[in-house]
Ligand binder design. Structure first.
Ligand code: MLT
Length: 328
């Protein structure tokens, strides 16, 4: 290995800030389009939230914010893409509650699932819905629970891989029903929804940003929403508790991230564009139609996002460890 001088090592350590310096020095951030990585397949709930926010952020930044879907491995492949990106603000990641479960679920990642990222601010919190193929042999949550207990691993439960929100919701469901089903992983719940509508998979727990329109169209059967209160976009759908299933509550928070080492002025400019996007009327209207809402301004700060994220890692760790299901 060639001898590396201390001076060279010191220069390498400065590299990220130095590489980002030109854009900052000329005050030209963003100097080009910004890539927003979505760590799940196109057409799913994360993609839906991401594209809405990206469009509104781009309008404020004066450069396009272009979505790049990097699905697979429960969202870790997309997260790894950001961990390896230049910390100059031109690559960001929209992730969700999965970024709080991945540090426990994955014990041998090629990136640091916490220290590789700088939280930019929270975006939205989305309820989940328990849905089945249209002709599933149950007409209520009580009947579905009886069906799961009767057929167990003969039922196929779709998710987007270990670490996905749909995986976490499945963990909670199988714990609440005390029965395991066979899980079928996809690169996102967008493609999974196609199979559920086609009837080739039996059940899924997914976010209202992906299920509301299918439920309204009657292409799937809806059993419950996983929030303490009903969702105004789906007023006829009972909560899991109203349907008689205790301990089955989860909602999917989303946040934006930049690579660790992104300069503070760039972080501030990206956060300002996020806050503008969250105040955009069109974004709020579309979110409301899909059962969610932009977070209040105080949650869109990097400081709040970081403390919320750290608390959620600690919250889910014991449940995941008790389930004993890890990705590796
Ligand atoms: C998606 O966007 O495909 C979903 O968020 C995947 C998941 O987390 O269940």
């Amino acid at each position: 290995m060639p001898f590396v001088t201390r001076r060279a090592l010191a220069a390498l350590a400065l590299a990220p800030a130095v590489l980002a310096a030109p854009a900052l020095a000329q005050g030209t951030f963003p100097a080009r389009l910004v890539t927003m990585i979505i760590p799940f397949a196109a057409g799913g709930p994360t993609d839906t939230v991401g594209r809405l926010i990206a469009q509104a952020m781009g309008a404020d930044l004066g450069q396009p914010v272009v979505v790049e879907n990097v699905g697979g491995a429960g969202g870790t492949l997309g997260a790894q893409r950001l961990a390896n990106a230049r910390p100059d603000g031109h690559t960001i990641l929209l992730h969700h509650i999965g970024i709080a479960t991945i540090p426990t679920l994955y014990r041998r990642l090629a990136y640091d699932p916490i220290n590789a990222f700088e939280p930019l601010g929270m975006v939205t919190e989305v309820p989940m819905t328990l849905i089945g193929r249209r002709n599933i042999e149950a007409n209520s949550l009580a009947e579905l629970v009886a069906l799961i207990r009767r057929r167990g691993e003969n039922l196929n439960y779709a998710n987007a891989g270990i670490g996905a929100a749909s995986h976490l919701c499945g963990l909670l469901l199988m714990k609440a029903v005390d029965t395991r089903m066979t899980t079928v992983p996809y690169r996102g719940t967008g493609p999974a929804m196609n199979d559920l509508v086609a009837g080739t998979v039996d059940l899924m727990c997914d976010q209202t940003t992906n299920t509301t329109e299918q439920i309204r169209a009657g292409t799937v059967r809806a059993f419950a929403v996983t929030t303490p209160e009903r969702v105004s976009a789906l007023p006829d759908l009972p909560t899991a508790t109203q349907g008689g299933l205790q301990g089955f509550e989860v909602s999917v928070w989303h946040g934006l991230y930049a690579p660790r080492g992104t300069p503070a002025p760039v972080m501030e400019r990206l956060n300002r564009a996020l806050v503008v996007a969250l105040g955009n009327e069109g974004v709020a209207r579309r979110f409301a139609d899909l059962g969610t809402a932009p977070v209040p301004a105080e949650r869109a700060s990097p400081a709040f996002h970081r403390q919320f994220w750290m608390a959620d890692i600690a919250k889910w760790r014991p449940l995941i460890q008790a389930a004993g299901q890890f990705a590796d």
